[in-house]
Design a binder for this molecule. Sequence first.
Ligand SMILES: Nc1ncnc2c1ncn2[C@@H]1O[C@H](COP(=O)(O)OP(=O)(O)OP(=O)(O)O)[C@@H](O)[C@H]1O
Ligand SMILES: [Mg+2]
Length: 293
Amino acid sequence: MSDVASRSGAGDSSGRGTPQGAAVTVAGLRLTIDGKPILNGIDLELPRGKVTGLAGESGSGKTMTGMTLIGLQPDNAVVTGSVLFDGRELVGLPAREWGSVRGTRIAMVFQDPTASLHPMLSIGRQLTDHQRHHLGLPKREALARAESLLERVGVPDPAGALKKYPHEFSGGQLQRIAIASAIACDPELLIADEPTTALDVTVQAGILALLRSLCDDLGLTVVLITHDFGVLSSLADEIAVMRGGVIVEHGSRYDVIRQPTHPYTRELIESLPMHELAEAGALGAPGASEGTE
Ligand SMILES: Nc1ncnc2c1ncn2[C@@H]1O[C@H](COP(=O)(O)OP(=O)(O)OP(=O)(O)O)[C@@H](O)[C@H]1O
Ligand SMILES: [Mg+2]
């Protein structure tokens, strides 16, 4: 971990398959596009069942990292290094094998929820198609499951919502539906790329609380990509900071905020309002930051 300020408590790599182990271990991940370096050796462990926040300035490679984890990097990208997911190497995984990983074991939600929903298909159709295809569920069972998924993500009147189309929902509700679709096949890893950036501020907190609760209740490993360090300071278990295609700092939220080692992290922290620092436990005693919402 050459470029990373490593800390105890960050990304325990002991024992795959244990709740404490790393769900994903990224090592020396590099990505170039037409010879231009974009990711320059990412080393990162994502602890199972935790929210890891990925922060960093625009263009630092956050989205490209997330896309590479799910095998959706641009066609002309060259990827080297290692992404180990449950003992399986994802770098260089043949396209046909991604079918059993992407959307089922690793899922992603984007800034714009309409990007992952088809405008002409009912919500019920979209949620059930996915499950019937991947889980082989009969229609009736898939519909019942879709309804409970919508209930789980806090969409009002789930049975009625199944009959509606994307344009009939607000942005916040659509993002909840996109999250329902992402978790429909019980993935282990959910990558959320700026999931609240396009939403009204009044609904942002609800979506973040939902992601936090999915992590806590379902044991989902979450990567929360955001340029908003304040969000991570109150929500993430661990924070990784990117700059220029590398991780410059990674550790528990508490350690990163309380004792940043990289000047760029310090800048991010100094830009936080006082109340967010307090919420993150940066001004209090260790342990004061353990609450999630
Ligand atoms: N399809 C692409 N082709 C070529 N270069 C790309 C492509 N997508 C992204 N890049 C470049 O890769 C670098 C990293 O971009 P990325 O989108 O990962 O940044 P980011 O950290 O997510 O930024 P933001 O906070 O603005 O979303 C940038 O220099 C960007 O211009
Ligand atoms: Mg981005």
